[in-house]
Ligand binder design. Structure first.
Ligand SMILES: NC(=O)c1ccc[n+]([C@@H]2O[C@H](COP(=O)([O-])OP(=O)(O)OC[C@H]3O[C@@H](n4cnc5c(N)ncnc54)[C@H](OP(=O)(O)O)[C@@H]3O)[C@@H](O)[C@H]2O)c1
Length: 286
């Protein structure tokens, strides 16, 4: 029987790749997005985070709900509450109809997170029941879009690469294709619990930027800057309405990065993550 999957954030970087993967495997896709997605064969349902949910018939008709949308609008507690409330609302609808709920979280999610993003992801994870729901925590997704493409674009414009909090914090990049493959496996079973998707060995932020610069054929000095002081300066400039390529949120996210065990997740999925050297780092794909 055809797998039928509803996806929020379907028009985004990860959502689009997932839709394509599902369509290629013969599944039916229901995109829950603000604007129609231009992929043939996809059924569109208007969806705004925290707004009215699609009619109950949609949840009756699908085998699983993937929640990939996340609103970066605003900041602080308001942003956090909006995202957590939306996850709660969607999860409750999936649960009412007995449908598995797959939440796209992040490696920023942990109990001690101080960024609004990390806190919102962690709080949303707490809503889920690991016996019936699935949490997917990707590291930095390498591919032609999302945060990685934005970081590359910022690197191209910046004369230096600022390094905060020493630059030794761990990051676990993962290929877009690996995250998509993992989601297809999770949906196909379905598999429940928590999946950490990132490189088996973490690299430091400093090593990440060095790799990105090399891939983009850029020469930029890495400049160590004080993290907390910069957060305070950024907060002042944000209150003044100045738009900068870096936000206080970005830095708080960097301050508390943690390494996760990803080997067990990939083993459970029966997948081997693409080695770091083979990920699509270059701007040619962005
Ligand atoms: N990219 C990464 O490195 C990475 C790493 C870890 C976790 N994640 C998580 O993966 C998920 C997908 O991220 P992505 O990289 O694909 O980012 P993305 O391209 O920005 O996709 C985010 C999606 O959320 C939707 N969205 C935002 N605000 C919304 C609202 N108010 N109502 C309805 N939809 C809204 C956007 O819709 P519009 O198209 O209408 O703007 C967009 O399609 C997110 O939950 C993100 O936190 C990403």
């Amino acid at each position: 029987m055809k797998l039928r999957v509803a996806i929020t954030g379907a028009g985004g970087f990860l959502g689009t790749a997932l839709m394509r993967g599902l369509l290629a495997s013969g599944a039916e896709v229901y995109a829950l997005t603000r604007r129609p997605v231009g992929l043939p064969g996809v059924s569109w349902h208007a969806y705004e985070l925290g707004g009215h949910l699609p009619a109950p018939a949609l949840f009756e008709n699908v085998d699983a709900v993937v929640h990939a949308a996340f609103s970066m609008d605003g900041s602080g507690p308001a942003q956090e509450q909006r995202n957590v409330a939306a996850a709660q609302q969607l999860h409750a609808a999936a649960r009412r109809h007995g449908r598995p709920f797959i939440f796209i979280s992040s490696m920023s999610a942990h109990a001690g997170a101080i960024s609004s993003y990390g806190r919102a992801k962690w709080a949303s994870e707490q809503i889920l029941d690991p016996a019936v729901d699935t949490t997917v925590r990707p590291g930095l997704i390498i591919g032609p879009g999302g945060l990685y493409a934005r970081m590359l674009a910022t690197l191209r414009r910046a004369p230096v690469v600022p390094i905060f909090y020493g630059g030794t914090q761990p990051v676990q990049p993962v290929g877009l294709a690996d995250v998509t493959a993992a989601l297809l496996r999770i949906l196909g079973q379905p598999l429940t619990g928590v999946f950490n998707l990132g490189s088996l060995q973490p690299i430091t932020i400093r090593a990440l930027y060095t790799r990105m610069l090399a891939a983009a054929h850029l020469r930029r000095p890495l400049l160590r800057l004080p993290g907390d002081l910069t957060v305070r300066a950024l907060r002042v400039s944000e209150r003044l309405g100045l738009s900068l390529p870096l936000t206080a949120e970005n830095l708080l996210g960097q301050k508390q990065l943690r390494a996760f065990d990803t080997a067990a997740s990939f083993a459970r999925l029966g997948l081997i993550p693409t080695p770091l050297d083979e990920l699509p780092w270059g701007p040619s794909s962005s």
